[in-house]
Each structure stands twice: as C-alpha cells, then as structure tokens.
Design a protein around this ligand. Structure first.
Ligand code: UGA
Length: 411
C-alpha cells in the first residue's frame, strides 16, 4: 500500500519521497525493482524515478522537514486478542515528530481502530501539525488500477482546511469526495471490508443451500447480482475468504465493537461461517476419496489467497492444505508464484507434475492457467479421476467427459 501510494501520487503529478526503516528494501527500490508482485507497479515506479518525481530514502530527518504531507503507511498487525496493534504507528509518529514543518499534515492511510487519529495527535504533541485519516481501498493485484480509478476518496479530520488540502491532492482523479470526522473515516474503512466479507460469506452460504436444493449458484448469483441494489461484484463463491486484510479487519472490528460496548453478533457469525467454509471444502475432498483422507494424495493447485498476487498471508488455500495434512493426507501442490516446498506441502514444478498419481485434484486459487488445463491430459496422469473445484473455474461438463467426478461449490 505504501509503495503503490508513493508511485501513484508521483504519477498524478506530486513530488514524493518513499521512506522505509528497512534499508535493504530502499536499496532494492532505488535499483528499480519492487519486492512485491503488483500489476503495473514496477513500470510506473521506474518512470517516476526517471522523471525524478520519486526518490527513496532510509535516513529521513532532513527530507521530512521539507514535506507538506507525510503519509503513514505502516502495518497494523493483529494482536493476540484480535485487536489492531498500533506499535508501528506510534513508533513512526514519534520518530518523525521533531522534524515536521509547521502547517504540514500527517495523512494516516494505515487501517487503525476508531479513535487512532486522536492517538497520533497526542503522540505528536504539536499544535502546528494536523492529522487526517485517509483510508485506502486498494486490492492486492490491482492496487495501481484501484488508486488511479477510485470509487471514492474519504478524508476524515477535525480540521476542515487540512482535510480539503489532502482532498486536493487527488483532484485530478475526479472521484466522489467524502469529507467527515476522523472516527467516521476510520469506521468507513472497517465497515467496507466487513461488508465485502459478509457478502462473500452470504454467497458461500447460498452455494451450500444450492447443493441441497439442486440449484446452480452461477445462475443464482447472476440473477441476484443484476439487481443494482445488490451489485454483481464479490458474489463469487470460493474456498472461503482470506488475505492480509479481511480476516484481520473483521476480527479487529468485532474487538472495536466489543470495547465500545456493542456485541457485533452478525460479524462474529460471518467470521465463524468462513471457518465452516474451509471445512466444507475439506469435506468435499474427503467425499471424493471415499470417506477417508489417511494415506490419500491430493494435488492442490493454487496456494496464494487469490490469483494475481504472490501473497500467502492468511490464505484459505494454506488453511485447507494444513487441515488435509492434519487428517492424514499428502499434498502435492503447485502455484505459479511459489517455488520451494514448505510446511509439509510438497511444491511441484507444474500443475501436471502436481497431479501425477494423485487421488484427487483440488483447485484452491483461481489462476487463469488452471482453468485452461486439459482434462484429458490430467486424466492420463492421475491415479483417480476426482476433481474438487473450490473456485468454480473449470468447465464441469468438459471434465466429466474426460471421466472425472466433478464437485464445485454450489454447482
Ligand atoms: C481487500 C479489499 O477488497 C480492498 O478494498 C481493501 O483495500 C483491502 O482488502 C485492504 O483492506 O487493504 P484484498 O485483501 O486485496 O482487498 O483482497 P480481495 O480482492 O478483496 O479478496 C479477499 C478475499 O475474498 C480473497 O480470499 C478472495 O479470493 C475472496 N473473494 C473475492 C472471493 O472468494 N470471491 C469474490 O467474488 C471476491
């Protein structure tokens, strides 16, 4: 998020200094390479470095004292009790406080519990510097696109003038602007992620119902998604949702609610249901091996939490893989972004290699190359023709014609 924000702010015409406490990362970035897999990011970064609108620094004291805006893009990991850990926000604020220019604005982009803008103001201890909450809505894999084509810009501050100055930074993007108080801006970020997770769990629950009713989830979701009040996005059933944001932010919002005296039972249910979804996929695999997983070999295709990213954090694929291993199965996995075995997962060189001599083929990430697999070729290498398509990306009829027993999600 920090790197995308830095590169895209430069792209829309600002002069940006990207700062990180990790010196090796700064070295890599200065050489024109990015440490993450993000569509279009590296090329924009190189253009901006060449245009001298973007530089990277490890030692920041002199640079920060010349900046009008300082964006905080530090991580807020999950604490043991589910709440967001503010250690990095506190450290970053403390370390920059003495160097800030009078009238500069601290823009917080990190996802922080409601009330954190006030915490930053207190740590800062400077009346001449404003703090503004400006949450991000970037998806991994399409972060550059999301930054340059936002659905809305949200700016929260008790200082209207500072909020307007931050909003003006984005003027060229021509997006609807919401200026509000900091608590509302912070709540918008959590509520957006919690709503999307709820929508996904709802889609997964309807998929389970479809299996009982003999209905087809693709048609059902198409039918409800055409209603503009519902919307067609985020209705694709899968193995359960994951990644570095939804699991952390939904638990944090439950905790924020609890601390404020509200029991967010609905969201607790959404989180619990996601666990049930992982179990439902494990159950499908067990069904395809005749009721036992002990000693069975499974080809698991896809390890990242979704396609077009190399991020494995809180990946449903990894959770499901570990659950299968705990129940006695052996895994042969393949993912286009993973090349070394880890955690009991044997990582193979290709999808066909992973499928060789296995009892079941399980698809857990929707990489485009998996939907293009030739079922006849896979049929010729597997021990048993069983496929569990936890992303509904295969042509079920084509796989059935190749002799496979096909199980999708809600189809
Ligand atoms: C999410 C939000 O979509 C962003 O708006 C937000 O800025 C970001 O979190 C954040 O808080 O930083 P991201 O974590 O990149 O973005 O992932 P998503 O694309 O939202 O996917 C989350 C999970 O839902 C994945 O496991 C994905 O496979 C799953 N998903 C998504 C489905 O199962 N079906 C869908 O139709 C869509």
């Amino acid at each position: 998020m920090g790197l995308t924000t830095a590169c895209c702010l430069a792209k829309i015409g600002h002069n940006v200094i990207g700062i990180d406490v990790d010196e090796s990362k700064i070295k890599l970035l200065k050489s024109g390479l990015t440490p993450i897999f993000e569509d279009n990011l590296e090329s924009i970064m190189r253009q901006m470095l060449a245009a001298q609108r973007l530089t990277f620094q490890h030692d920041f004291s002199s640079e920060i004292s010349a900046c009008e805006f300082i964006f905080l893009c530090v991580p807020t990991p999950q604490d043991e009790d589910g709440s967001a850990d503010l250690t990095f926000i506190r450290q970053a604020t403390k370390s920059i406080a003495p160097f800030l220019l009078a009238n500069s604005v601290i823009v917080n982009k990190s996802t922080v519990p409601v009330g954190s803008t006030l915490v930053v103001e207190e740590i800062l201890g400077r009346k001449d510097v404003s703090v503004v909450s400006n949450p991000e809505f970037l998806r991994e894999g399409s972060a550059v696109h999301d930054f340059l084509h936002p659905d809305r810009i949200v700016v929260g501050s008790s200082n209207r003038q500072a909020a307007q100055r931050v909003a003006d930074l984005y003027r060229s993007l021509d997006a609807p602007l919401i200026i509000c108080d900091p608590a509302s801006a912070e709540t918008i970020k959590y509520a957006a992620n919690a709503f999307l997770a709820t929508k996904l769990s709802f889609a997964n629950a309807i998929a389970a119902l479809c299996e009982h009713l003999g209905a087809n989830i693709d048609d059902v979701m198409n039918g409800i998604g055409q209603d503009q009040r519902i919307g067609s996005q985020f209705l694709k059933p899968g193995p359960g949702w994951g990644g570095s944001c939804f699991p952390k932010d939904t638990r944090a919002l439950v905790k924020i609610a609890e601390t404020s005296g509200y029991d967010f039972a609905l969201l607790r249910g959404v989180i619990d249901f996601n666990e049930i979804q992982f179990e439902r996929i494990v159950h499908k695999v067990r069904k395809s091996t005749g009721g036992t997983l002990t000693g069975r070999t499974i080809a698991q295709l896809g390890l990242t939490f979704k396609a077009n990213t190399n991020d494995l954090r809180d990946s449903p694929a990894l959770r499901i893989g570990q659950m299968l291993i705990t129940k006695g199965a052996k895994i042969r996995s393949y993912d286009p972004t993973v090349n070394a075995s880890f955690g009991g997962l044997h990582v193979c060189k290709s999808a066909v290699d992973a499928c060789t001599n296995v009892d079941v083929v399980l698809i857990t990430t929707e990489w485009a190359e998996f939907s293009k697999l030739d079922p006849d070729l896979i049929a010729s290498v597997v021990a048993n023709r069983q496929v569990v398509d936890a992303r509904n990306i295969l042509d079920a009829n084509q796989w059935r014609r190749a002799g496979f027993e096909y199980q999708g999600v809600g189809r």
